[in-house]
Design a protein around this ligand. Sequence first.
Ligand code: FAD
Length: 561
Amino acid sequence: MATGSGSLMWFRKGLRIHDNPALERASGASSFLYPVFVIDPRYMAPDRRAFSPGSSLAGLNRIRFLLESLSDLDSSLRKLGSRLLVLKGDPGEVLVRCLKEWNINKLCFEYDTEPYYQSLDEKLKSFASSAGIETFSPVSHTLFNPADIIEKNGGRPPLSYQSFVKLAGKPLWESSTLNLSISSLPPIGDVGSMEISEVPTIIELGYSDSELVDETPFRGGESEALKRLKEFLPNKAWVANFEKPKGDPSAFDKPDTTVLSPYLKFGCLSSGYFYQCLNDVYRDVKKHTQPPVSLLGQLLWRDFFYTVAFGTPNFDRMKGNRICKQIPWDERDELLAAWREARTGYPWIDAIMVQLKKWGWMHHLARHCVACFLTRGDLFVHWEKGRDVFERLLIDSDWAINNGNWLWLSCSSFFYQYNRIYSPISFGKKYDPNGNYIRHFLPVLKDMPKEYIYEPWTAPLSVQTKAKCIIGRDYPKTVVGHDSASKECRRKMGEAYALNQRLNGSVSEQDLKNLRRKLEEDRTEEDEELDGFLVKSVVDTHRILRSGACSSISAHRDSLF
Ligand code: FAD
């Protein structure tokens, strides 16, 4: 039985002081407080086999964002008479060692719904309980407790936003006062033989200077999150009239949405506090937009996906996922690579993929366009492959939200109108006819006249020459023709939906194989032609890239991945 009066506050997400019930509980009635963060090498240490700089699990931009968030947390803790104790290793093992070595009687950490933490937390709780250590693990990452909503719905998660909102109602704490500051914290106790370090720099983690290109413009940390929030809240009209999906996905100097997602992901900003701030604005104005389109409605989307993800086994894959349509996606690595490396030949799509790689953040509709293009719109590549690329490169990469949106965009779940496909040409043009967004993220096209910027392959050679951008040499040819590729995708989706309906969702591996064979046999001459074109343009692009014949395209390649 633990006899000490020390608390261990284990930070994972929830990297903040404000509205942090686990930290509050850890600091109350304790003689000592150990605020701990464990650096897991799998998440943070360089893995040079990965397709972009970063670890085996995360791109460098997100790792950097996390380090900045930790430094900010450390400096806030220091102002309160404490500091962040950084340890390294497998988090489960490190935590057990801390609990054994330090005189701890209370272990506090924010509840986490992700499968990784669910199993880790179970093990830790059981160790703590056998050692007589009290654990406190409040739900403070989301507005609602996903388990409560699932229970209210008879044990299954609601599968539509509307039913979610109805079940959720108002959060219980809606009108209570959140604790936004802490005046002081108990001192740190004796750390014994545990190896403690400061928050490391990116170089100390093992990255080299040459990897530190493409830095996202967004800095991590609670202070930044609150600053960002306070910058737009006074603009009450903007908050009150916020309406998604209206808004300009090509706005990059001043994005059209809050860019609070990376702060919410790491819990630098409390979603509950954000929710209350929005309600304060709504109270002050005569009229405001409503969910699902309002800003508060966006936070409810977040909770919606958390709830479905928590209540759906195998949520992050097609197989064994009861809410996911079984679709015979193609295994075409060359198409995936062209998409990932921003060389599809569609400037709108490629510019978005460059923004993902450089910034780790894109507007919601931009995400829609590239996710649709990769899956049911043009390339018919498995949504799990696109999900993996987003998961690595986004600074706001979030297990529940990312998987939920990929399921949505690939028409595998939630949304089923597979005939509605985003045009990689006309969609972006609506918002940005001059192509400023493309010119910014794809400088190779900066001198292309606006008539051709979305379809540079249609520019006469004289125009391409003048713009110093020859298609097929300086910028790739299109990997597929959109009209025929999207028609073919619709046909495949139609057949797959019919199969899912016929078998009432119980589609086996063999059924998918049979369907793949049938789709192959039913291919029209037009499809054969398309395939020849596709292979030729991918091969051409590879040839150009490999030969390095043209310095500008190799520079372009280097600046991509
Ligand atoms: P705002 O419009 O200002 O919204 C405020 C907050 O509401 C966001 O920060 C976010 O927490 C939440 N939110 C907004 N839209 C959604 C949504 N559709 N679903 C759930 N929550 C939402 N968002 C992530 O946070 N992490 C991801 O990994 C992620 N992956 C995505 C993958 C795809 C294929 C798509 C289409 C969308 C994805 N989104 C993801 C959702 C959405 O695009 C981002 O949350 C949003 O663009 C972030 O910008 P913002 O903070 O300016 O959003």
